[in-house]
Design a protein around this ligand. Structure first.
Ligand code: NAD
Length: 436
């Protein structure tokens, strides 16, 4: 099939590349010329494990192309995916200007039938708005499909190639058939393509992300309580996770959820519920708790240093909002950096993939090193903000040699408490006893 993907970010590029991998002809469009030029010369603009092999293979075999020219991209395409940003608007609701703007541009260019597929996360009713844009701007027949994306950054290729499910919201039989054909190769093991109406499909995505954010937040609250009552959250986690109704996944406490999706999607669902005079109370609590949780470590540090962080030097391991990505959108580490530097502390950071992105945003307030152990040199403490695998089994001898004081504030519970006792650290983690 001939496909155009509008918006070549984390979702658009993975979608385009993975669709090319099963033999489709894909053209990816973006308005950022530099990004398109890089991709044309074989450079991936994002870090996503496993994407490079598919990206290069499909470019070489001529199935994956890039352009800034929307007209060229959509001319022969049967299916046009919209993988555009839907950031929070001033009112907290999703800003639909990218999606509706692109719909208008497409409507003014098309000369034959197209299926317009919204991959972006959009509020209930957006498919109707997209349909209205086409009605106002062209006489050409189109079908509008809601096809929310559930991929996780860090395992995006695997998630796209072998999805747990594909959700397709459409009232057109013709569009459903095309989508079924397109997704067939990805669900061969029997996972479902679930067809539904557009509104249910749009809400499914928000409900999924909000549920997951709630699950994380619930565990963060359990962890906070564990610290107060002297319980161990790891034990509680195992205890409840063994119940099949609860499940083992997404129960790890930490310093709050971040990323480009959970924060904005929880907020957008809460705000759009209000439009229907419904107060989604649990989501207000989730947002509130998450905001506090992101600064949990700083709160603990202020207490440890008797309210004065000025002149202290801290090593920060991890900047990305989660491991295996260079994405720093809403990363807890950014909030920690702001608070520590505001309090007069110096921060030296290391992250395997996300340092360039943080440099662009905050290069003037902290420094960066190319090796995690260099960050520890003369540092008063180590802070762990992202659970990259390479931090799990560090060289503790070198760590001890470099640190000024054997103090660790771990926002991701990477180390065994007994080990930290043996090594003689002050070790403060989330929902577990403090090792002193
Ligand atoms: P992104 O910011 O990484 O990518 C969006 C891209 O669209 C950018 O490259 C931008 O330059 C481009 N763009 C903006 N306006 C354009 C236009 N008029 N024409 C062509 N290109 C244009 O965003 P993302 O993370 O890929 O997210 C896209 C959507 O998918 C959002 O709605 C998001 O909520 C949703 N989503 C994201 C993820 C994720 O893990 N990142 C997962 C599921 C769903």
């Amino acid at each position: 099939m001939k496909i155009a993907v509008i918006g070549t970010g984390y979702v658009g590029l993975v979608t385009g590349t993975c669709l090319a991998e099963t033999g489709n002809n894909v053209i990816c469009v973006d308005i950022v010329e530099d990004k398109i030029n890089k991709m044309k010369s074989g450079i991936l603009p994002i870090y996503e494990p496993g994407l490079d092999i598919l990206f290069h293979r499909n470019i070489e075999q001529g199935r994956l192309n890039f352009t800034t020219n929307l007209a060229d991209a959509i001319k022969d395409a049967v299916i046009i995916f919209l993988a555009l940003p839907t950031p929070p608007g001033g009112d907290g609701k999703a800003d639909l200007s990218y999606v509706l703007g692109a719909a208008k541009d497409i409507a003014n260019l098309i000369t034959d039938y197209k299926v317009i597929v919204t991959k972006s996360t959009v509020p209930v009713g957006t498919a109707d708005k997209v349909k209205a844009v086409f009605k106002e701007n062209t006489l050409i027949d189109v079908d509008v499909v809601s096809n929310p994306e559930f991929l996780r950054e860090g395992v995006a290729v695997e998630d796209f190639m072998k999805p747990d499910r594909v959700v397709v919201g459409s009232s057109s039989e013709k569009a459903r058939k095309l989508m079924e054909e397109l997704y067939g190769p990805y669900v061969r093991s029997g996972n479902p393509v679930i067809f539904m109406d557009e509104r249910s499909s749009e809400l499914t995505k928000y409900a999924a992300n909000s549920f997951l954010a709630t699950k994380i937040t619930f565990m963060n609250e359990v962890a906070n309580l564990c610290e107060l009552v002297g319980a161990d959250v790891d034990m509680v986690r195992k205890g409840i996770g063994s119940d099949a109704r609860i499940g083992k996944r997404f129960l790890f406490p930490g310093i709050g959820y971040g990323g480009s999706c959970f924060p904005k999607d929880v907020q957008a669902l809460a705000m759009s519920s209000k439009e229907y005079d419904y107060s989604f109370k649990i989501l207000d609590a989730v947002m509130d708790v998450n905001q506090t949780q992101k600064l949990k470590i700083v709160e603990k540090m202020i207490k440890y240093y008797n309210g004065d962080l000025s002149g202290k030097k801290f090593a920060l391991w991890g900047l990305a909002f989660k491991p295996e990505t260079d994405d720093i959108r809403e990363a807890p580490a950014l909030y920690i950096i702001d608070e520590l530097t505001k309090a007069g502390a110096e921060v030296v950071a290391y992250d395997p993939e996300a340092m360039e992105n943080v440099k662009k945003m905050k290069g003037d307030v902290l420094s960066f090193v190319e090796n995690p152990y260099d960050a520890l040199k003369d540092a008063d403490a180590l802070i762990i903000a992202t659970e990259w695998q390479l931090f799990r089994n560090p060289d503790f001898d070198l760590m001890e040699k470099n640190l000024k004081s054997k103090v660790i504030f771990d926002g991701r519970n990477l180390y065994d408490l007994h080990k930290m006792i043996d090594l003689g650290y002050y070790y403060n983690s989330i929902g577990r006893a403090t090792v002193e």
